[in-house]
Design a protein around this ligand. Structure first.
Ligand code: ARG
Length: 465
């Protein structure tokens, strides 16, 4: 192959081809305009491979020095924007390799010894994804910290807890927020687990069957910070389960974000009026002057759709593929890139926005007073007086019916009226009919009693420190 042959990818294969690739096919098969994003990983992978080739005596120390010099130049050019990406050279790998050969000659052509783009691309995507995971983990921690901070100021803030979107029982707003902290904590745990399986080295698998050169794969893995080496060459070049798994993590995380976003939208609406968002997170309407819309929360909710869509895309991409590498796999990148970008931006903006919410304590409490949220407490009170729970439930249903008819809260029914429902009711009943009495009573591990919530906040603070 002459030194300038790689300039034209249509000639890169061999003399076997009798006509150049059509322009349409070239554009259809090229990936450089999106996979150039992998350039850093591609160069890191090539340098680690070259160092190992030299240490194993497969290339000469002079070749390694030339490769290192050329890659330093290429790195500088890409960073400055001077690097010229060519569609003719199809992808990030061929673009960088061709430029290297242009810069340093034969050493550039020796770099691909014992390697194929199949194990190269699998390595690049894993390296890139691992580093992205390492930037997402702190963002998940920030999200949790923001929620814990708001929770800390709102242990004694009471709002109605809902089931079926109907007022159920009063809960501490801090407790409500800490539910999301639990979700994001599990997301972080999941991501850490995904990282283990992302962080394994495919290089050395070559095209599919391994290579006849005496490579030291463990050495390359160590240089690149991989936890281990893929143990089967066919699997190494073909599967993308690490990408699917990451997307599953991302989808679950976005579903959690979306649920929180949905609550923010509801709480912000005039009908709830539980919170307010800072103006910088809202937009106005071009026609209705009174409007302040929670666009950020709505978009976060909406963007969960594209992330879940990417998961479906990746899974579908793999399902019909026979071993080993197929060009289908080139389609793994755009969904993966967009997933990372979307999750990163969403976590950042949501953490910021949540950290700055204004909590309207009185409105929350007023809402908790509607809907007979302490009815369960009255039933529990009767159980403590000796009634079987099912009977107590029935007694309270009558009391609630009466309260509804009179348009008052349970705590506003006169003692004599309450005693009409059951003789065992005494004046201490009013302690359990208040919102605070109801909260304090739920002093079980994981419950909403302020004492429990404070312990949880302390646990989270320690965990996130
Ligand atoms: N651009 C390709 C991809 O993303 C690189 C690997 C190409 N390998 C091949 N045998 N055509 O998967």
């Amino acid at each position: 192959m002459s030194s300038n042959q790689l300039d034209k990818k249509s000639q890169a294969w061999s003399a076997l081809f009798s006509e150049p690739m059509s322009e349409l096919v070239k554009r259809y098969t090229a990936s450089v305009f999106f996979d150039k994003r992998l350039w850093k990983a591609d160069i890191a992978g090539s340098l680690a491979h070259a160092e190992m080739l030299s240490a194993q005596g497969i290339i000469q120390p002079k070749d390694l020095a030339d490769i290192q010099r050329g890659m330093a130049q290429i790195t500088a050019d890409i960073e400055s924007g001077a690097f010229e990406w060519k569609l003719d050279l199809e992808d990030v790998h061929l673009n960088i390799e061709a430029r290297l050969t242009q810069l340093v000659g034969d050493a550039g052509k020796r770099l691909h010894t014992g390697r194929s783009r199949n194990d190269q691309v699998a390595t690049d995507v894993r390296l890139w994804l691992r580093d992205e995971i390492d930037t997402l983990l702190p963002l998940l921690a920030d999200m949790q910290k923001a929620l814990v901070d708001v929770a800390d100021r709102n242990v004694d803030t009471i709002l109605p807890g809902f089931t079926h979107m109907q007022v159920a029982q009063p809960v501490s707003f801090a407790h409500h927020l800490l539910a999301y902290v639990e979700m994001f904590a599990r997301d972080a745990e999941r991501l850490q687990d995904v990282r283990k399986r992302v962080n394994r080295l495919p290089l050395g698998a070559a095209a599919l069957a391994g290579t006849s050169y005496p490579l030291d794969r463990e050495r390359v893995a160590k240089t690149l910070g991989f936890d281990g080496v893929c143990q089967n060459s066919l699997d190494a070049v073909s599967d993308r389960d690490f990408a699917m798994e990451f997307s599953a993590f991302a989808s679950i995380t976005m579903v959690h974000v979306s649920r929180l976003a949905e609550e923010i939208v509801l709480w912000m609406s005039q009908n709830f009026g539980f919170i307010d968002l800072a103006d910088r997170y809202c937009t106005g309407s071009s026609i209705m002057p009174q409007k302040r819309n929670p666009d950020v929360a709505e978009l976060a909710r909406g963007k969960s759709g594209r992330v879940v869509g990417h998961l479906m895309g990746l899974i579908t991409l793999m399902k019909g593929q026979p071993l080993t590498y197929n060009k289908d796999n080139q389609e793994d990148k755009e969904p993966l890139f967009d997933t990372v970008d979307t999750v990163r931006d969403t976590l950042r903006i949501m953490a910021e926005m949540v950290g700055g919410i204004t909590v309207k304590t009185e409105a929350m409490e007023r809402a908790a007073l509607k809907g007979y949220a302490t009815a369960t407490d009255l039933a529990d009170y009767l159980v403590k007086k000796g009634l079987p729970f099912r009977d107590a439930h029935e007694v309270v249903a009558h009391a609630v019916k009466q309260a509804i008819a009179s348009g008052v809260d349970l705590s506003e029914l006169p003692l004599a009226t309450l005693q009409g429902f059951h003789a065992s009711i005494t004046p201490d009943v009013f302690d359990v009919l208040t919102l605070r009495g109801s909260l304090n009573a739920r002093n079980v591990l994981g419950g909403t009693a302020p004492a429990q919530v404070r312990q949880q906040i302390a646990r989270h603070r320690q965990r996130l420190a």
